[in-house]
Write a protein of this length. Structure first.
Lengths: 314, 63
């Protein structure tokens, strides 16, 4: 096994798409929030909340798909808190986001410990199993890579299409992009800026929460402490990488997941005297490089981070 | 944030947070409450300080 042959393994590509799923959800969610002009740094906590909530729902005997709905609801509630602070009260989006991350992740750990006080090995649940799409999965190589995946992976790809459709084809999407660019003009058009922003943040946050839940109810079958492990921050970076466009967000998530899957396999390549921490670092270093190269040209939403207060002059 | 951009405030707020964390540790030993409650309290207090900083910007005008 050497550096190049990794790329010819089916397992590598399957892992890439599996790792990308939660990133796709998270990046889409952050993108929806930011296009409406609200930076949601609560993403890390919301993903933890989703991971814990989804896992707990199934552990308590709920169904897998109802867990997804429940998690979307949890995320929407967290988004409501965030928009209450940043949209209606117009408070600092950075501080609120960080505080929300602290709050949501610690409340998830707290309730996990309250429910299961003395467990050393995390209890397991029956997670989503891979679903082979009939006929399509029979295609050699491509079929194995794309069409034998978790149902949530198909859902994430579907959500990319749905977000693109909503954002560019519906009146609500137009309003959403408008409040992110020029809320005063949107107000003059009779659009309720606060309401549109709130709905966008809630939708985005539910996508993030599903991204977190993917980890516990599909990729793994248990909840660990610190399992989100910075994925949320990666999603924030990926949104900039994608220049706030859903199509590029999908590409960015796949690229990052590819590097991540590659470094895991690179650790097993024999005969390298490099500490494995170096490989763990690689995806992040590469995302910094990609950001510095691409972010200069990024066209960010004009009203990002600027709270809108009705009747205020700018 | 809690220090309101004042150097001495940093000391006061640091002691406040240290108190919460130490209190949570002894609470979890004494009563079996998970120590993560400290982070919950810290996060909620940050959010509350945010709101209070908004409120001090406004004055009630008599008349």
């Amino acid at each position: 096994m050497d550096y190049i042959s990794i790329f010819f393994e089916v397992g590598f590509w399957v892992a890439t798409i599996r790792i990308a799923t939660s990133l796709i959800f998270g990046t889409l969610g952050e993108l929806v929030c930011e296009r409406a002009g609200v930076l949601n740094l609560g993403i890390e906590g919301i993903m933890t909340l989703g991971a814990m909530g989804g896992w707990m729902w199934v552990y308590m005997g709920g169904g897998l798909w109802s867990a997804v709905l429940f998690v979307a609801f949890l995320g929407a509630m967290a988004g409501l808190v965030h928009s209450g602070f940043t949209v209606y009260l117009g408070l600092s989006q950075h501080v609120t986001g960080i505080a929300l991350t602290m709050f949501a992740s610690s409340i998830s750990y707290f309730s996990f410990r309250m429910m299961l006080p003395n467990v050393t090995t995390p209890p397991k649940i029956d997670a989503f199993t891979n679903y082979a799409v009939p006929f399509l999965s029979d295609i050699p190589i491509v079929g194995e890579i794309l069409f034998v995946q978790s149902p949530l992976t198909y859902l994430s790809l579907l959500m990319v299409a749905v977000v693109i459709y909503i954002m560019y084809q519906t009146p609500f999407g137009l309003a959403m992009r408008m409040v992110g660019e020029n809320p005063i003009a949107a107000e003059a058009q009779g659009i309720n800026v606060h309401l549109v922003r709130t709905i966008s943040v809630m939708m985005g946050s539910s996508l993030m929460a599903i991204g977190g839940a993917f980890l516990t109810i599909s990729a793994f079958d248990a909840f660990f402490f610190g399992m989100i492990n910075g994925r949320g921050w990666i999603c924030v970076a990926l949104v900039i990488f994608a220049s706030w466009e859903p199509k590029k967000a999908l590409f960015g998530a796949l690229l990052f997941a590819g590097i991540d899957a590659y470094q895991v396999r690179l650790q097993q390549v024999s005969g390298i005297d490099i500490p494995y921490q170096f490989f763990l670092m690689a995806p992040y270093v590469l995302s910094i490089i990609a950001l510095t190269l691409l972010a200069r040209k990024a066209v960010y939403p004009k009203a990002l981070l600027i709270p809108f207060r009705r009747g205020e002059r700018h | 944030m809690l220090a309101m951009l004042h150097p001495l405030g940093v000391v006061a707020s640091a002691i406040f947070f240290a108190g919460i964390y130490v209190g949570a540790d002894s609470m979890s030993q004494g009563m079996g409450i998970p120590s993560y409650i400290a982070d919950v309290i810290v996060a909620v207090s940050i959010l509350m300080v945010l709101i209070s900083m908004l409120l001090v910007r406004y004055r009630i005008i008599k008349g």
